[in-house]
Design a protein around this ligand. Sequence first.
Ligand code: C5P
Length: 236
Amino acid sequence: MTEQGREQQAIPVITIDGPSGSGKGTLSRLVAGRLGWHFLDSGALYRLVALAARHHAVLLEDEVSLTTLAAHLDVEFEAVDGGVDCRIVLEGEDVDNAIRTEQCGRDASVVAALPTVRQALLERQRAFQVVPGLVADGRDMGTVVFPEAKLKLFLTASREERARRRYNQLNEKGIDANLQRILSDLETRDARDSERSVSPLRPANDAVVVDTTGIAINDVVMQILALWREAARKTS
Ligand code: C5P
């Protein structure tokens, strides 16, 4: 490994994986904000590939063209007010809302099952590991993308609670949503994400599993920060 590679590896990473609606997006943002670290929303990258495919009339079965799209994704993450939130701009267009629809989530999970698409997005994800640190949110952050992370979390929550959270999130954004449909979509996506042959959704062997059902978000943030202090103390 080069000197630069070694320096990058030394930058701390907390990985937060789990199924849709487990609370990892909100928690990752909050933890990154509290630590003053960067934030990687890896799901957004798969959603962006799915959206780009739609824009360019590429079929979700066309692995070669999807991989080319993934490798050359023209996307910018523009920080908002210097915080962890950002505006996502795809080919010059603000796509914040467009990538959050349920349709885009479904398409993203189809695209994400393709090994060469995952490979094409790997280095783009690793490039987010910059000082002073990174909180990475996804499905395979602890198992594949950042296997050396100092703290790995795997969040779970009951399917009903996850569907309700998703429903509320969409409503808050003014996006039309149907709870029953979300529940059945979650089941399909969970199955596809867990059963795919490449980077399936599962906790890393050294991950701490946290069930967030019925727990206030701030309590989980405090728990994660305490786990991080402990992990940092052990490795310093
Ligand atoms: O997290 P989010 O719901 O935005 O992710 C959309 C889809 O992208 C997931 O259902 C999953 O199939 C895929 N994904 C993935 N690996 C990641 C992040 C997301 O396969 N690290």
